[in-house]
Ligand binder design. Sequence first.
Ligand SMILES: *[C@@H]1O[C@H](CO)[C@@H](O)[C@H](O)[C@H]1NC(C)=O
Ligand SMILES: *[C@@H]1O[C@H](CO)[C@@H](O)[C@H](O)[C@H]1NC(C)=O
Ligand SMILES: *[C@@H]1O[C@H](CO)[C@@H](O)[C@H](O)[C@H]1NC(C)=O
Ligand SMILES: *[C@@H]1O[C@H](CO)[C@@H](O)[C@H](O)[C@H]1NC(C)=O
Ligand SMILES: *[C@@H]1O[C@H](CO)[C@@H](O)[C@H](O)[C@H]1NC(C)=O
Ligand SMILES: *[C@@H]1O[C@H](CO)[C@@H](O)[C@H](O)[C@H]1NC(C)=O
Ligand SMILES: *[C@@H]1O[C@H](CO)[C@@H](O)[C@H](O)[C@H]1NC(C)=O
Length: 291
Amino acid sequence: MATLKEKRTCGQRCEDFGRFVWNSDNGTFMGRTPEKWVYISLYYVAFYVVMTGLFSLAIWVLMYTLSPYTPDYQDRLTSPGVMVWPNTYGEEDVTISYNTSDKASWMGMSNILHEFLKPYNDTKQLQCNPYDCTMGKYFIQKSFSAPNHTKWACAFPQSMLGACSGIEDPTFGYNCTMPCVIIKMNRIIDFLPTNSSSSPPYVNCTILSGQKNVDKIEYFPTNGTMDPSYFPYYGKLAQPTYVNPLVAVRFSLVGEKQAKVQCRVVSEKISYENIHDPYEGKVIFYLKAVK
Ligand SMILES: *[C@@H]1O[C@H](CO)[C@@H](O)[C@H](O)[C@H]1NC(C)=O
Ligand SMILES: *[C@@H]1O[C@H](CO)[C@@H](O)[C@H](O)[C@H]1NC(C)=O
Ligand SMILES: *[C@@H]1O[C@H](CO)[C@@H](O)[C@H](O)[C@H]1NC(C)=O
Ligand SMILES: *[C@@H]1O[C@H](CO)[C@@H](O)[C@H](O)[C@H]1NC(C)=O
Ligand SMILES: *[C@@H]1O[C@H](CO)[C@@H](O)[C@H](O)[C@H]1NC(C)=O
Ligand SMILES: *[C@@H]1O[C@H](CO)[C@@H](O)[C@H](O)[C@H]1NC(C)=O
Ligand SMILES: *[C@@H]1O[C@H](CO)[C@@H](O)[C@H](O)[C@H]1NC(C)=O
């Protein structure tokens, strides 16, 4: 028959615990001698020092190999997206719809363009981007020769958009039926749109529906060209004053004054038939003027 375990009083248990904390018989503290405690503490100190060291080393190696000037995890974007301004949406597509006889309506459109062009202000551009770029060729920069360890960026003053610059006509043609839109291509670091700078990218707009409502399409700068000197883009840190080159397109609307337009940036290395990304290389929008 098993003997019942001796019931112990609370006082005895406290005494046991006290003996565990400090056992004067064999001189142990919490079950170990002070000497052992010193060893075990040293062991843990050394352990954590080594762990911290390894961790710091790993971080240091990572930081050392990362260059702040190029993103290491660049999106798998190989072909840039294209956008249009005024960027006013209808139900789901960009719909540039306005009323020529309602000032508030067309002012809404021209204000969007004025706001968008603020960084392109001539005075500002010539101040921020004083470098005299050579047009017609890629602006390859190996070294950081601009102030504060940066690279130069070419100026794009809004006056380059001619009749669509908002300078002579602050309404951008929205007070009548000759609206201007502005086409911008997104930046991709180190991207060159063509194999050789002799055939620069250009914007080509085609009317998908309502052909008879568009009398004329004009491009600014001439031929809708994006000059090669704006490429490649080296990143925000390397080129803090960079601005995307723009192309403005003016449509002369007649008849029903509405059309579905596709503007494409045409270039060897820019694809536009990606069904997963309808904005790759092109933008589609509706234009509509009412009276
Ligand atoms: C355009 O605006 C004018 C003046 O506000 C207004 O009379 C006219 O009905 C508007 N047209 C349309 C189609 O909304
Ligand atoms: C550019 O900025 C200057 C100074 O801020 C201003 O006087 C001028 O009107 C601006 N130009 C345009 C086209 O907005
Ligand atoms: C360079 O950096 C300094 C300090 O950040 C700044 O004061 C100065 O304006 C910068 N120079 C240029 C040309 O950007
Ligand atoms: C539109 O504005 C421009 C510039 O302000 C002006 O020259 C033109 O006469 C205006 N057109 C209409 C139809 O009001
Ligand atoms: C441009 O280069 C790409 C590869 O980088 C090549 O596939 C293409 O055929 C070249 N185009 C021309 C016109 O040389
Ligand atoms: C623009 O695109 C249309 C349709 O794809 C084409 O017929 C036309 O030749 C192109 N224009 C230029 C200048 O490439
Ligand atoms: C525009 O294109 C035409 C025809 O391709 C060409 O003759 C002309 O030199 C171009 N103009 C500019 C400024 O690139």
